[in-house]
Every structure is written in structure tokens, then in C-alpha cells.
Design a protein around this ligand. Structure first.
Ligand SMILES: C[S@@+](CC[C@H](N)C(=O)[O-])C[C@H]1O[C@@H](n2cnc3c(N)ncnc32)[C@H](O)[C@@H]1O
Length: 275
């Protein structure tokens, strides 16, 4: 018997038993990539990785709950850990998964992801995206892009959304500032795989106290840092976007700014295109 709409816990658990999803829920789920591939995108794998994705999905899904077959774009989708949850809300033909790295596109194909898969370059526009989208979301993309790319992408997203549509994205905030301080404090005791990463953060970024001051003042802060493969330091790095900056730029379009969502290590920002 097919369950029409699985509840949250059932749907979360179903991700690890993706082969049964079509039979149980009438929903075709992609498979999961190896832990190594998962870690390469978000430094997490397995249950922890999907808990983080589910925490973010839980926020974003609120904005399309009353829409039948919403059209959704996942910008910087990686291997597809978030989009798989939205297959409970809409059909794969309405989901557009977009990424600027070949390795992400290969991974989506290798896991038999049933959604529209699109490779894009680092600047807008994106070929093959329809107008009138209901939701565009991005996890851990605007926590890395420079201000110019951030502004260009948001402007482009607004042009692709239908009136009243939402943009939900994450960025760096207090959680990461505190994390940077704790990494500095434990420099002597770090596991060997973290030493080079922390040294790079210390070298390429101001002190956490300085970042915190700028953040509190409402500054957009971007520190260039290559992320490997196509993620070159001319547009990639570490990015902190405070609420004050977003309010100044987007005014009443800013509908929510949360820094403490369970399992989510970044701030979540929600913008709404005016009707
Ligand atoms: C840290 S990963 C996060 C992946 C995914 N959002 C997740 O949470 O699992 C950042 C992703 O953004 C993608 N990306 C970076 N710049 C992009 C751009 N300009 N257009 C599309 N994707 C981009 C990267 O290729 C990478 O897959």
C-alpha cells in the first residue's frame, strides 16, 4: 500500500532506504553517494549530514506548503542532499538542481537523480531555468561568494521568481565566528587533518574579534579563499552577511533571519519578492 504523504520522521528515515521509496510512497528517490563524496561538499556524511539538510528543508518548505506542484530551484545543489526531501512536495520535473562544479553534476547523475540537472557558470544567467519559480534556495553558497556575486545572483533570482515567491539561503554568522575562535583556542590539540585548514583560516582572515565587530556593525565581509576545483579565489571564500546589511539592501523583502536553527550551522535568510 502506498502512503500518500509520509510524516516527517518517516520521510527522514526513508532517505536511508531509498530503494523502497517508490513502493512505499510512490516517490522515486536518488541513491546516496559515498561518505567520502558527501564529506567533500559539507564536511559531514551519513545521518548528521542529512539531519542538517532536513533542518534547513524544514524552514524552506514552510514557504511552499500551500502551493500545488511548486517549481523550485536548488542553487549550488552539490550532490543533492536537500532537494531529495522536496520530492515529497513536488514532482522531479518541477525541481531544478543547479551547480557550477562538474563533480556535483556527475554525482547527481550517478545517483540517478530524477530532477532537472543543470551545470552553470559562476555568474548569472542560468540556461534552462523557467520563469515563475515559487522557491529558490541555496545552502552554503552565499556563505562563500563575494558581495558582487551575491548581489548579482539575488537580482537574477528575483527576476525568475513569481510575485510572492521566496529565496531562502544560508550564510555565515555568529555560529561561525564562535567556531573560528574555538579553532584558534585549540590550535595545539587539533587532529592532523585540520591543522592546515586552521592555519589557512588564521592566515587569510582577521581575528574572530575583528570579524565580530564588523558583523555587529552590519558589514558584508568576504575573505577570498580557493575552495578547490572550479571554486577559485576570485569569487569563493568565507562570507558573513549580517541582518543589518540585508535590511538596508532589501528592506521589507527580508521576512526572516535566524541564527539558531536546529542542526543548521549557518544563518538562514528568507527574502520574498513583492507581489
Ligand atoms: C558547500 S557546497 C554545498 C552544497 C549543497 N548546497 C549542500 O548543502 O549540500 C557549495 C556548492 O555551491 C556550488 N557553487 C558555488 N558557486 C556556484 C555558482 N556560482 N553557481 C552554482 N553553484 C555554485 C559548489 O559547486 C558547491 O557544490
Amino acid at each position: 500500500m502506498i502512503v500518500l504523504r509520509p510524516d516527517d520522521q518517516t520521510w527522514f528515515d526513508a532517505q536511508f532506504d531509498w530503494e523502497s521509496s517508490l513502493r512505499k510512497f510512490g516517490i522515486r528517490l536518488p541513491s546516496l553517494p559515498s561518505d567520502e563524496i558527501q564529506t567533500g561538499f559539507t564536511s559531514l556524511s551519513g545521518r548528521q549530514n542529512l539531519l542538517q539538510a532536513f533542518g534547513f528543508y524544514g524552514k524552506a518548505v514552510e514557504y511552499i506548503k500551500s502551493i500545488h506542484e511548486p517549481k523550485i530551484m536548488d542553487f549550488g545543489c552539490g550532490w543533492g542532499r536537500i532537494s531529495r526531501f522536496f520530492l515529497r512536495e513536488t514532482s522531479p520535473k518541477n525541481m531544478y538542481l543547479v551547480d557550477a562544479m562538474d563533480v556535483a553534476i556527475d554525482c547527481l547523475k550517478n545517483t540517478n537523480n530524477p530532477c532537472n540537472i543543470i551545470y552553470n557558470t559562476k555568474s548569472p544567467p542560468i540556461e534552462g531555468i523557467p520563469d515563475g519559480l515559487d522557491l529558490i534556495y541555496a545552502y552554503s553558497v552565499f556563505s562563500h561568494l563575494s558581495e558582487k556575486y551575491f548581489l548579482d545572483w539575488v537580482q537574477y533570482f528575483l527576476s525568475k521568481l513569481k510575485p510572492g515567491g521566496h529565496i531562502v539561503f544560508t550564510t555565515r554568522g555568529w555560529q561561525f565566528i564562535e567556531h573560528l575562535q574555538s579553532l584558534r583556542d585549540s590550535r595545539g590539540d587539533l587532529p592532523s587533518n585540520l591543522v592546515a585548514y586552521v592555519e589557512r583560516l588564521v592566515q587569510d582572515m582577521p581575528t574572530p574579534a575583528r570579524i565580530a565587530r564588523n558583523y555587529a556593525e552590519g558589514q558584508f565581509q568576504w575573505f577570498p579563499m580557493a575552495g578547490g576545483l572550479e571554486l577559485t579565489a576570485d569569487f569563493w571564500g568565507e562570507t558573513f552577511i549580517p541582518e543589518k546589511y540585508l535590511l538596508e539592501k532589501y528592506g521589507s523583502m527580508l521576512v526572516s533571519f535566524s541564527e539558531n536553527t536546529e542542526h543548521v550551522d549557518q544563518s538562514i535568510v528568507v527574502l520574498r519578492k513583492p507581489i
